[in-house]
Design a protein around this ligand. Structure first.
Ligand SMILES: Cc1cc2nc3c(=O)[nH]c(=O)nc-3n(C[C@H](O)[C@H](O)[C@H](O)COP(=O)(O)OP(=O)(O)OC[C@H]3O[C@@H](n4cnc5c(N)ncnc54)[C@H](O)[C@@H]3O)c2cc1C
Length: 307
């Protein structure tokens, strides 16, 4: 849940671009986006989208510190639907603020999808939704990427994490003390390999899934990686996995493991079941220190994400 001091802003679709069969890039602008903080780096900054309700209207949410409670209290048919996405880009140029989101157009074999993917598939110039993203003057929150003083960073994710990985890699390009980066991104098809403006010390490997099981190529990539670069160094809940050096969704106290880092920092995001498998391998089998890893379930097979 994200609590902005003053709530969502109205995003108006300025452009829609199909990058591949899987990814649709949508850029939002509109006067209300001026309130957003456009100074990066954004890394994996999460944002919330509030989609129109069944009548096609956006909910009316007052500008107030408790906007989230007020939004929750709206009748079901007015409230609309909230989902979490990443900032692919956020710029201000010639007094116009633009926020770009890369949507995965996920459709199951029976044609079913979710409200956010359906909205993106039908979006056109002028379509509107509400965006909850950091505003000017607000304390920073919603970035999990935290490599500390790591010498090397390993990013692993599926297509839902591709926008966040791309942003992290591009933001590191601008950083003076950038660590060495290896990114592995599993995508449905060969043609889903997107352009990332990576720095010279970053290696981005796209892993088309094809007919393989989801996560199989990520597990292989992690295995090779760990094998080539050995590290020094309770059973899974049903909830979405979210475990970073400073926060555990299972309520575990991780204060003790949030130590300053060196060595390799792992950032892993995607389908929750796949991520659990990768975490098991890395933490239990390889014995990588928990302070060196962030595991995040970005979606869960067969489950609609609320907020
Ligand atoms: C921090 C964070 C950042 C994220 N950034 C992005 C981003 O930039 N771009 C992006 O596309 N997604 C991103 N996601 C994932 C996105 O929030 C989920 O995919 C979400 O479920 C999509 O909502 P929906 O309404 O389309 O589907 P839902 O209503 O949530 O789910 C409906 C059905 O679709 C399935 N489903 C959901 N997502 C996928 C998927 N990716 N592939 C296959 N099946 C799926 C579910 O299992 C369920 O059966 C992010 C998630 C988090 C937590």
């Amino acid at each position: 849940m994200m609590r902005g001091a003053h709530g969502p802003v109205r995003g108006i679709v300025e452009s829609v671009e199909d990058l591949s069969p899987t990814f649709r890039r949508i850029t939002f602008s509109g006067p209300e986006l001026h309130a957003l903080a456009t100074e990066g780096p954004f890394y994996d900054q999460r944002i919330k989208l509030i989609l129109p309700n069944a009548a096609g209207a956006l909910p009316r949410i007052p500008e107030s510190e408790d906007w989230y409670q007020q939004w929750l209290a709206l009748p079901d048919d007015e409230r609309g639907i909230m989902r979490t996405y990443s900032i692919r880009d956020l710029t201000r140029q010639d007094n116009v603020t633009r926020l770009t989101v890369d949507f995965v157009l996920h459709f199951a074999d029976d044609g079913s999808t979710g409200p956010a993917a359906a909205w993106a598939a039908g979006a056109e110039v002028g379509s509107e939704l509400l965006l909850v993203a950091p505003r000017h003057g607000e304390p920073q929150s919603g970035i999990e990427f935290s490599p500390g003083h790591a010498d090397a960073v390993v990013l692993l994710g599926d297509e839902s994490a591709a926008p966040a990985i791309a942003r992290i890699v591009e933001d590191l390009k601008a950083s003076t003390a950038a660590p060495r980066v290896c990114a592995y991104i599993e995508v449905p098809e060969n043609v889903d390999q997107l352009t990332i403006d990576a720095p010279g010390n970053a290696e981005v490997t796209w892993l088309p899934r094809g007919e393989a099981q989801p996560g199989e190529s990520l597990a292989d990539a992690l295995g090779w990686h760990v094998h080539d670069e050995p590290e020094a160094s309770g059973e899974d809940a049903d909830d979405l996995l979210w475990e970073t050096p400073v926060f555990s969704a299972s309520g575990e106290d991780l204060a003790e493991v949030a130590a300053p880092r060196s060595g390799t920092y792992y950032w892993i995001a995607g389908e929750s079941g796949v991520i659990k498998g990768l975490r098991r391998f890395l933490v239990r089998e390889v014995g990588v220190d928990r302070a060196q890893v962030a595991f995040m379930g970005y979606w869960r097979h067969g489950v609609a994400m609320r907020g």
